[in-house]
Design a protein around this ligand. Structure first.
Ligand SMILES: [Zn+2]
Length: 271
């Protein structure tokens, strides 16, 4: 079956070793590849992944232009169109709308923000210009959702607050990573399941989302809004795919999760 991995990371080769060792320390996990674009593609080949969305994050405003230049570089011929880079916008950027327009003009299909790294609650005023611009341009936006080791005692995107954003920005193409919120899956079922929001499957099995609860969330949710994601290099796509297959969702739903929903959201094909 075709597979689009909606949640991966890689870094410029000269920064990858340092970035990975720092992140590995924070996350307490060993990476599955060396963190470079070529390392990601090798891992995709080994795991039968056709295309990967690469989520880049500007964790401070000084980095934003370098992060976006790297994202655009992943559209180069040497990657054979197999990487789908997302850009990023930092909430301190005073010209969010222009930055997003420039990214779209460059061929970027979405952006990612990480409220725990930037220190903003998901429903805070500082993030509203970003959501408004994404709404205006119909641009998908991925947020880190739920618990994160970088801010263990304050969760910046809990399901209840993410639901408030949906209410305020109807039509926003919002992807809440990690099945709507790492370690807060009862709240995902309560506040987000069934709403107009996408979830990716990343980290669900690593953080112990039990099969009954993930099936309840999937059952309650629109069938076109669950996306396969691994969070590579912090998990192996094959392990996540095996977990999804073990749920017994049936071929049609597996096709949706593994590639059809991503194709529809991004307006691309898996091959
Ligand atoms: Zn991630």
């Amino acid at each position: 079956m075709r597979i689009i991995d909606f949640h991966t990371h890689c870094f410029p080769p000269h920064l990858a070793p340092k970035a990975l060792s720092k992140l590995s320390e924070n996350i307490h996990k060993e990476p599955e590849y060396d963190g470079t674009p070529q390392g990601l593609i090798k891992k995709m080949d080994a795991c039968g992944i056709d295309k990967s969305v690469v989520l880049n994050i500007a964790t401070n405003s000084r980095q934003e232009s370098n992060v976006n230049a790297f994202a655009l570089s992943l559209l180069g011929d040497e990657y054979g169109g197999r990487l789908i880079p997302f850009g990023s916008v930092h909430p301190d950027n005073p010209n969010v709308r222009d930055t997003i327009k420039t990214l779209i003009d460059g061929g970027i299909k979405g952006i990612k923000i990480h409220p725990d790294y930037t220190g903003h609650m998901v429903d805070s005023d500082e993030l509203k210009p970003i959501f408004a611009a994404c709404c205006e341009y119909g641009l998908p936006i991925v947020i880190h959702a739920g618990w994160d080791p970088v801010s263990p005692s304050l969760i910046h995107a809990p399901p209840e607050k993410t639901a408030k954003v949906l209410g305020e920005f109807p039509g926003l193409r919002l992807v809440a990573a990690h099945m709507g919120g790492t370690l807060l899956w009862e709240d995902v079922l309560r506040y987000l399941a069934g709403k107009d929001i996408w979830f990716d499957t990343s980290l669900a099995c690593e953080y112990g989302l039990n099969p009954d609860l993930i099936c309840s969330i999937i059952d309650a949710h629109p069938k076109d809004k669950i996306l396969f994601g691994s969070d590579g290099p912090w998990s192996c796509p094959t392990k996540v795919a095996d977990y999804i297959r073990s749920l017994g969702l049936g071929q049609k739903m597996e096709e949706n999760i593994f590639y059809k929903n991503a194709e529809a959201l991004l307006g691309i094909t898996a091959v």
